[in-house]
Write a protein that binds this ligand. Structure first.
Ligand code: SAM
Length: 207
């Protein structure tokens, strides 16, 4: 059963700001200049949809965006966002159940993979991987552990909180970097935020 953030939709952004300030936003916005003009984009797990407005500030028109979000409440908030002259298709479904063809120049997965166990990571990663065109860009932002005790404490507290509230299945961070390596991606750019607890990457699909 995939995690569903319905119960947290009304306060998710405020909670994020309370604990992380603007770090989680900055980590995602940092990648957006890599989006080419007039591209086709897949966003998975966009939450309340603020990222649609940030993308539309950079590209006021010309984009074809497919926005997949499992939570109906998150999706309702996302639909209210200002998307300028861009075209957005909203799919309120688990991404692994959505029928998506290999049509995207860019895919964006912001804090999606920390919802999954190692066992389920491969399924969802492969599903999204198959939708990206060869040479396409995958913009991924995640938490990571770099050996600081407070990162571990924060991660466990977050996973426990969202496990109780939203049914998040994992207790650990899955090894997403390994999947990118094994599947044939080249990291073009990488930057850490919030004392290295957050890592944001541009990965290019080589074949
Ligand atoms: C941790 S939140 C991050 C939200 C947003 N990216 C942000 O940074 O504010 C993860 C989001 O992914 C969505 N999600 C989780 N599993 C999903 C799935 N299998 N398919 C689509 N969306 C999913 C959740 O409903 C939630 O909105």
């Amino acid at each position: 059963m995939p995690a569903n953030y319905d119960n947290s939709a009304s306060f998710y952004d405020r909670l994020s700001r309370l604990f992380f300030g603007k770090a989680l936003i900055n980590a995602q916005v940092y990648l957006l200049p890599h989006i080419p003009q007039n591209s086709t984009i897949l966003i998975v797990g966009g939450g309340t949809g603020w990222i649609l407005e940030e993308i539309s500030k950079i590209h006021p028109s010309g984009l074809s965006i497919t926005y997949v979000e499992i939570s109906a409440n998150m999706m309702a908030l996302s639909r209210k966002r200002n998307i300028g002259g861009n075209n957005v298709i909203y799919i309120n479904q688990a991404v692994e159940q959505a029928h998506l063809v290999q049509d995207f120049d860019v895919v964006i997965t912001p804090f999606l993979f920390d919802n999954f166990t190692e066992a389920n990571l491969l399924l969802i990663f492969t599903h999204i991987h198959q939708t990206l065109k060869p040479g396409g860009l995958w913009l991924n932002t995640d938490f990571q552990l770099t050996g600081k005790w407070w990162q571990y404490a924060m991660l466990k507290s977050m996973l426990l909180f969202f496990k109780i509230l939203c049914g998040v299945e994992s207790w650990h961070l899955p090894d997403v970097a390994r999947e990118f390596n094994a599947t044939g991606y080249k990291v073009l750019e990488e930057k850490n935020f919030f004392g290295d607890f957050v890592v944001t990457k541009v990965c290019k699909k080589l074949i």
